[in-house]
Design a protein. Structure first.
Length: 637
């Protein structure tokens, strides 16, 4: 039997310390539970028996009872605990260097934070192990009220300085990540050197398309409300005391403002009354329709983000060219990759030399726009004057010009913006044809490093999409053909067996002299002819050759005609059916038309909701103004 190896003195010491630590954690478990639950009486008894427990480490991460109670259930427990502790004890940190104020800043408990700061005003200036202040914690999780409070009590002249260089950039980036653009703008205006900090916070905002109008996905009605709803930029941090009439903060302010504009009206200040009334009316609408408030908040965020980018550019362009280029290059490239044309345009206007910026593969802003299918960025090429021809000559490290890049398949998330593989293929062809307009003749047949022309690249990259588009078209045509054929069969039979039957003597329909019968005959014929036309159009789709070029105009045009005639046949069928029902069962009973007409509207309404959006998309993409149009009048070069 082997003998055990004797422990060294160092090992024995470590073992003793570990046992002591385990004993301590077990010993302080009741105190830990009391701090969590807010049981002050139990905690007070423990402190009476063991005065050192108030500063002891009671968890494996070296938390004191204060750090545990900071987020506990009872603020009374925290009040009593703070009263017992010295200012120095309040600053005790855990294993990561976080004080109780760090934790409270992270959870947004502002009243508890004030309780600690009142006894130890230096707590906001304590750094943790990774050089974060409580202010950084609040910024990372986006607690705006806590940030406002900490900004007023955090020293700006301590070392290291929290609002300069890397630490300032870290704070600004956290604010931008949390979507607090008004706070970030306030900091930038107060500390302009943050615009030149490294890494630039512009890099963060250049990766947030949702912060800009170009990244919004609003439907027609939301866009209309977005354009009309007023917003007023509010200064930070004193926005709570401001008199923002267009955006009152609560119902009491709303009542006060109603009285205010009424008083102005009595004083004959008509224009002021209209302005105040405009804001109040929109506030009433917001209270009635919460979605409108969401749209207003979105518009306000967009305005704040754009203003923040403008302020960054204003400060950066005051630097020497080399320094400005190093700061603006990455945000410019990222803005193009994410399709944020507001950032691209603002940097171009502020620093024209940025037009030559590219990524590590030598892709310019317009190469990136084509690769990622961001038409709002690519449309800026219309403002480049003759310079746009020069941009098309750039070649990347793989020998691809911009026409080659247009031939590659779009990223999946950009393809999915359009429903149906056939429409996706149409969109890809539109991109390919549009880029072709800006490419010089020699580059249209140029080969890349693997010997492929742009046309070859397009065909190879879109081979699978063509097959998917073909299958999608055939499935749609087959389904619609069945529906159209069924309608044609029904209306043809109805034309032979007219409502009410025929006169046995001469074969003339019994209701031939009724107005309802004339309506029935007309719309029954319309339904028959339109359904047969629909069948023929869908048959032409089924027998198409499905070449790449067919997806641009030929196939979409046939699908449009087929869907329109199918819709017309359904509508005419319902009118003919309603006329027949009225003639047979509701003769000279006008009220009978109401339930019949309501029932007839059901299939028409279903078609509109289920198929009409697809029809509108096809018409818009095929015959509308398209993806590519001039973005503005400013010449950016």
């Amino acid at each position: 039997m082997a003998l055990a190896t004797p422990l060294t003195s160092e090992a024995r010491s470590n073992a003793v310390q570990n046992k002591a630590a385990e004993r301590d954690l077990s010993w302080y478990l009741p105190l830990y539970k009391a701090a969590i639950k807010g049981d002050w009486e139990s905690a007070r008894k423990i402190f009476k028996d063991d005065p050192d427990a108030i500063t002891a480490r009671i968890t494996k991460t070296f938390d004191t009872v204060l750090l545990v109670a900071a987020t506990g259930q009872s603020i009374y427990f925290l009040e009593q605990l703070v009263e017992m502790m010295s200012p120095e004890a309040l600053a005790l940190a855990n294993k990561g260097g976080d004080t109780a104020l760090h934790i409270l800043a992270g959870v947004g408990k502002i009243e508890r934070a004030k309780l600690l700061v009142k006894k130890n005003p230096d707590l906001p200036n304590k750094w943790n192990a990774v050089r974060d202040l409580p202010l950084h914690f609040a910024a990372m999780v986006g607690h705006k009220d806590m940030i406002q409070y900490l900004l007023t009590i955090t020293k700006e002249d301590m070392e290291p300085k929290p609002f300069e260089d890397e630490l300032g950039a870290k704070l600004m980036s956290s604010l931008i990540t949390s979507g607090l653009y008004d706070v970030a703008l306030y900091l930038l205006q107060r500390y302009p050197k943050l615009a030149t900090a490294h890494p630039s916070p512009l890099i963060v905002i250049a990766q947030k398309p949702s912060a800009f109008p170009s990244g919004g996905h609003l439907n027609f009605w939301q866009q209309l409300i977005y354009a009309c709803i007023p917003v007023k930029f509010k200064n930070f941090p004193n926005h709570q005391n401001g008199g923002d009439v267009e955006n009152p903060s609560d119902n009491s302010q709303l009542c006060a403002q109603v009285c205010h504009w009424f008083r102005l009206f009595r004083e004959s200040h008509f224009i002021s009354v209209c302005q105040k009334l405009h804001g109040v009316v929109w506030k009433v609408i917001e209270l009635s329709v919460p979605q409108i408030k969401h749209i207003r908040d979105t518009k306000l965020i967009h305005h704040q983000a754009i203003q923040l980018v403008k302020c960054f550019c204003t400060e950066v362009i005051c630097l020497e060219n080399k320094k400005a280029s190093s700061i603006l290059r990455q945000p410019f490239v990222l803005g193009a990759q994410f399709g944020i044309h507001e950032i691209v345009e603002e940097i171009l206007e502020s620093f024209p030399a940025s037009i030559s910026f590219g990524d590590e593969q030598n892709h310019t802003v317009f190469h990136l726009a084509v690769m990622n299918r961001h038409e709002n960025v690519f449309n800026l090429i219309y403002q480049m004057g003759e310079y746009k021809q020069f941009l098309s000559m750039f070649i990347d490290k793989s020998g691809n010009n911009i026409y080659h890049l247009a031939g590659k398949l779009a990223p999946k998330h950009r393809l999915n913006l359009v429903s149906g593989a056939a429409l996706q293929m149409q969109r890809e062809l539109q991109w390919f044809k549009e880029v072709e307009k800006f490419v010089l003749p020699p580059h249209k047949e140029a080969e890349n490093s693997v010997g492929k022309t742009p046309a070859m690249v397009f065909t190879e990259a879109h081979n699978d999409l063509v097959k998917e588009g073909q299958q999608w078209m055939k499935d749609a045509a087959n389904s619609c053909t069945v529906a159209a054929a069924l309608i044609a069969t029904v209306v043809f039979a109805a034309a032979i067996t007219v409502p009410g039957g025929n006169n046995g003597e001469n074969g003339i329909p019994i209701f031939s002299r009724e107005k309802g019968f004339i309506i029935f005959a007309i719309f029954d014929a319309i339904s028959l002819f339109s359904s047969l036309s629909s069948v023929l159009m869908f048959l032409s789709i089924l027998t198409s050759r499905y070449s790449e070029a067919d997806f641009l105009y030929a196939l979409p045009k046939r699908l449009i005609i087929g869907l329109l005639t199918l819709f017309l046949s359904i509508a005419a069928l319902m009118i003919a059916f309603s006329s027949a029902i009225y003639l047979v069962f509701g003769h000279r009973k006008t009220w009978f038309l109401i339930p019949v007409a309501a029932a007839a509207c059901l299939p028409i309404t279903l078609f509109v909701f289920l198929q009409f959006p697809l029809l509108v998309d096809i018409i818009r993409f095929t015959y509308g103004r398209g993806l590519f149009w001039k973005q503005g009048e400013r010449i950016l070069q």
